[in-house]
Ligand binder design. Structure first.
Ligand code: 3PG
Length: 306
C-alpha cells in the first residue's frame, strides 16, 4: 500500500517523521512529494499512490484521472474546498479531513494579527488595546471556539453567529449568540471570519455587511480569500478611512489593497495559520491514522464526500 504525502507547503520535519512512523508501523510505504511547484510533478507522483495526504494542494478531476490506484485522500486540515468532491466520488475515492487538529494554531494567529493591527503595525505610535473591545466570531466551529477561549484571556466581550450551530452551544461556551449575521457586524469592533468557502459563503463578506461595523472596526480573515467580495471591500475602505482589513490569505487584489490602504491593511505573504509544528503533527498524524483505519478496518469517520 503506497501512501503519498503531497504538500506544496511542507509539514514540519517532525510531523513527516510521525506520519512515516504510523504508515510504516501498518506495513505501508510512504512517499514524499514536497514543494513540487508544478502540477505535472503531482500528476506523475499520484500514478501509483493508493492514498494521498494533502494540505491546500488542489486535487481536481485531472489528478483523479491520473491516480488510477487511489482509494482515499485525506486533507490534513479543516477546509476541503481544494478537493473536487464530485470527481472523487465519480472515481470511487473517499475524501476525509481532520477537523480540529490545526484549529488552535489558526486561532492563535488571529490574535497575533490583531495585536499587530491595534498597535498600528508596530510603527511606534500609540495604538489601542483589545481588552473591553467587542469581538464577533463569524462561525463557531473548531477555530471559532478556540478564538473565543483565547479572547477571554484578553478580556474581550465575545459575540458569535453561526447559521449551523445552535445558540445554546454558543452560550454554553460563555459567548453571546446573536440572532443574525447583520447583528454581529453591527455590534462588534472586531469581526474574525471562520466560515468555510462554499457556494453559499463565497463573496458573502460584502460592502453592505462590513459597512454595518462601528467606527474604527477591524475585519480579520484567517478563513478563505474567496469569502470576501474584494471589489466591494476596496470600495468600502475607500469611503471609510477608519476600517482595517488584516488577512492570512492574500487577496487576489493584494497590490491594490496594499497601495490604497497603507497603515490599515496587512496580509501575510503566505498562509501561516496552520503552519506550526504542533498543527502539522496533529493534522498529519491524524491523517495517517485515518488512512490506516480506512484500509485495515474500513473506517470512514470524517468522510466528506457522498
Ligand atoms: C485548513 O483548512 O485546515 C487551514 O486553512 C490550513 O490550511 P493549510 O494546511 O494549507 O495551512
Amino acid at each position: 500500500m503506497k501512501v503519498l504525502v503531497a504538500t506544496d507547503k511542507p509539514f514540519a520535519k517532525v510531523a513527516v517523521d510521525g506520519i512515516r512512523k504510523e504508515i510504516e508501523a501498518a506495513g505501508f510505504e510512504l512517499a514524499l512529494l514536497e514543494k513540487y511547484g508544478e502540477k505535472a510533478k503531482l500528476l506523475e507522483a499520484v500514478k501509483d499512490a493508493n492514498a494521498l495526504i494533502i494540505r491546500s494542494d488542489v486535487i481536481d478531476a485531472e489528478v483523479f484521472d491520473a491516480a488510477k490506484e487511489l482509494k482515499i485522500v485525506v486533507r490534513a486540515g479543516a477546509g476541503y474546498d481544494n478537493v473536487d468532491l464530485a470527481a472523487a466520488t465519480a472515481h470511487g475515492v473517499c475524501v476525509m479531513n481532520t477537523p480540529g487538529q490545526n484549529s488552535n494554531a489558526v486561532a492563535e494567529l488571529v490574535f497575533g494579527l490583531l495585536v499587530y493591527a491595534v498597535r498600528n503595525f508596530f510603527n511606534g505610535t500609540s495604538g489601542t488595546e483589545l481588552k473591553g473591545k467587542k469581538l464577533g466570531i463569524h462561525a463557531f466551529g473548531n477555530v471559532g471556539r478556540n478564538v473565543a477561549r483565547i479572547a477571554k484571556g484578553f478580556g474581550m466581550e465575545i459575540y458569535a453567529f453561526d447559521a449551523y450551530c445552535p445558540k445554546n452551544v454558543i452560550e454554553e461556551a460563555g459567548v453571546k449568540a446573536v440572532d443574525s449575521v447583520e447583528e454581529l457586524y453591527k455590534t462588534c469592533d472586531v469581526v474574525s471570519l471562520h466560515i468555510p468557502a462554499t457556494a453559499e459563503t463565497k463573496n458573502s463578506i460584502n460592502y453592505a455587511l462590513v459597512n454595518l461595523m462601528p467606527k474604527g472596526a477591524i475585519l480579520v480573515n484567517t478563513a478563505r480569500k474567496e469569502v470576501i467580495n474584494e471589489a466591494e471591500l476596496i470600495k468600502l475602505m475607500e469611503e471609510r478611512a477608519d476600517l482595517k482589513y488584516i488577512t492570512d490569505i492574500m487577496p487576489v487584489a493584494n497590490e491594490e489593497f496594499a497601495t490604497k490602504f497603507a497603515g490599515r491593511y496587512f496580509s501575510t505573504p503566505k498562509k501561516m495559520g496552520a503552519q506550526t509544528a504542533e498543527a502539522n503533527i496533529n493534522a498529519g498524524i491524524a491523517a495517517a491514522k485515518q488512512i490506516v483505519g480506512f484500509f485495515k478496518d474500513g473506517c470512514e469517520k470524517f468522510r466528506v464526500n457522498k
